[in-house]
Design a protein around this ligand. Structure first.
Ligand SMILES: [Zn+2]
Length: 315
């Protein structure tokens, strides 16, 4: 899995050379993943076209975006638990009360819990079934669509949140620049994406066709900086980061960071299956998962509605 390829100019550093770090996805299907030699941004190569992505989602998720369906109770419970953690992190930087938009709001769990916590929250969700469910179940405003199609007035929002969304975008820089225009001056942007430096996942399960871009904290901060954002806390070394709108976006800004490339490339080469499975973490994870599933089964025995599940969690 070695060798270099020519790519389109990198979104962060404009370099056009990348090293191959993967040739398969987590199911063993062919998928070339590369790392930019100029900055360490990791992405699928080549970046899929819109037509290819649409075909992928239709084939693999067997759903068109028009289908009506609701999230299962266990998914509401897990998303609700994650939403409470996100809210706690957000509240330490942004007091409740402001206007909040959750981009990629899914089943609406975060928007509902944020509303209960005092934010004027709404959602934006491409899957119309999920958007319908969230409106009906929780009585929250959810606009169906994507960041490209959304109609949101300039400088209207205090906070935008995105949970495991940015890695799916073909144009993450363009998306962040658009979001920048929706925020009031000094507004906040809370992003969570999977962390390339997290060792929790086995190396073979890391890459995924639908995750076009893969970030560590350095590359996530770099793309956000080009879009006009600065981390509230520069010392954060994970990919759950709260940013502030601080300056005008600049697509021509060149943020080279060869050290980040060398660091990540070296980490990927040394993180083999052997070193992974001789560490304790994967086993602890399996054990925790088994315990979690039995607790979930108990909690959901009475077949509560989504709203009942979230009300109980937030109580
Ligand atoms: Zn780069």
């Amino acid at each position: 899995m070695q060798g270099n390829v020519q790519t389109h100019p990198c979104k962060i550093c404009h370099a056009a050379e990348a090293s191959i770090i993967g040739t398969e996805d987590r199911d063993g299907s062919p998928l070339t993943t590369v790392i930019c030699t100029g900055c360490g941004l990791v992405h699928t190569h080549p970046v899929p076209t819109l037509e290819e992505l649409t075909e992928y989602y239709t084939l693999h998720y067997r759903q068109s975006y028009k289908n009506t369906h609701a999230p299962k109770p266990k998914h509401v419970l897990r998303a609700g638990q994650a939403a409470l953690e996100r809210l706690e992190r957000l509240a330490s930087h942004v007091p409740a009360g402001g206007t909040l938009l959750d981009v990629g709001s899914g089943g609406g769990e975060f928007v509902y819990l944020a509303t209960k916590a005092g934010y004027q929250a709404s959602g934006l969700e491409p899957n119309e079934g999920y958007a319908d469910y969230a409106r009906a179940q929780y009585g929250i405003p959810v606009q169906p669509g994507t960041w490209e199609s959304a109609t949101i007035a300039e400088e209207r929002l205090d906070v935008v949140t995105m949970h495991h969304v940015l890695e799916h975008f073909q144009y993450p820089l363009s998306a962040l620049i658009r979001i920048h225009s929706w925020l009031k001056p000094g507004g906040h942007l809370a992003i969570d994406v999977p962390d390339l430096e997290s060792r929790r996942h086995s190396p073979g399960t890391q890459f995924h066709y639908a995750h076009i871009y893969n970030f560590n904290h350095v590359s996530l901060k770099a793309v956000a900086r080009k879009a006009g954002f600065t981390p509230v806390d520069e010392t954060v070394q994970t990919t759950s980061i709260v940013f502030r709108k601080t300056h005008a976006p600049d697509r021509e800004m060149i943020l080279r960071n060869e050290e980040n490339y060398r660091h990540l490339y070296g980490m990927m080469l040394s993180h083999t299956r052997l070193t992974h499975y001789t560490r304790l973490t994967p086993y602890a994870r399996l054990w925790n998962r088994a315990r979690k599933y039995s607790r979930e089964a108990l909690a959901l025995r009475a077949q509560p509605s989504g709203r009942e599940i979230l009300d109980t969690l937030a109580a």
